[in-house]
Design a protein around this ligand. Sequence first.
Ligand SMILES: Cc1cn([C@H]2C[C@H](O)[C@@H](COP(=O)(O)OP(=O)(O)O[C@H]3O[C@H](C)C(=O)[C@H](O)[C@H]3O)O2)c(=O)[nH]c1=O
Length: 181
Amino acid sequence: MKIEQTLLSGCFVITPKTFEDSRGVFSETFNSKTFEEVTGISQDFVQDNQSISRYGVVRGLHFQRGSLAQAKLVRVVKGRVQDIVVDVREGSETFGKSFSIELSAANGKQLYVPRGFAHGFSVLEEGSIFAYKCDNFYDKESESGIIFNDSDLNLDWRLPKNDMIISEKDLELPLFKNALL
Ligand SMILES: Cc1cn([C@H]2C[C@H](O)[C@@H](COP(=O)(O)OP(=O)(O)O[C@H]3O[C@H](C)C(=O)[C@H](O)[C@H]3O)O2)c(=O)[nH]c1=O
């Protein structure tokens, strides 16, 4: 497992080791012992999620507030997405800063998103499958978020505006400065 620090403390890019042979490829997509050895984080995930999206979908940016905030380990099982996180941790040196990375089945990369980050992704390939682990359960009441096109954040979703498919809920998300952090 290779780990790369991002400019946002506690947020890492992880590339699992792959074992290729005449049948194909094997990799451990999560191992709590290796994860802790490499990141120093003892992480128990309690919920796995998966979403399948059409090309052009933008999901997010979402986060859960307070004690029900979720750390996530996200990856792409099929296709390609542009994954974006924003540090919304009160008092963080990188508060309001973002990090963006292409995650794909081909590059096998994962992003570890700590608690206190808003998370979203845009779908660059039809039928992309996004799978992720969360360290806290879903709690609708704790949900908050930031609208995808917040001008202060100026995020690049790498999609033509006319191609974007966004849920009604996400179109009503607040600006960063008004988000319920
Ligand atoms: C997240 C979640 C949703 N749901 C239900 C609630 C809705 O009836 C339905 C779709 O939920 P939503 O539109 O919030 O799904 P996404 O837009 O993919 O939300 C996710 O997208 C961004 C990228 C994230 O990082 C979050 O994990 C998550 O908020 O699934 C559940 O039952 N459990 C869950 O954990």
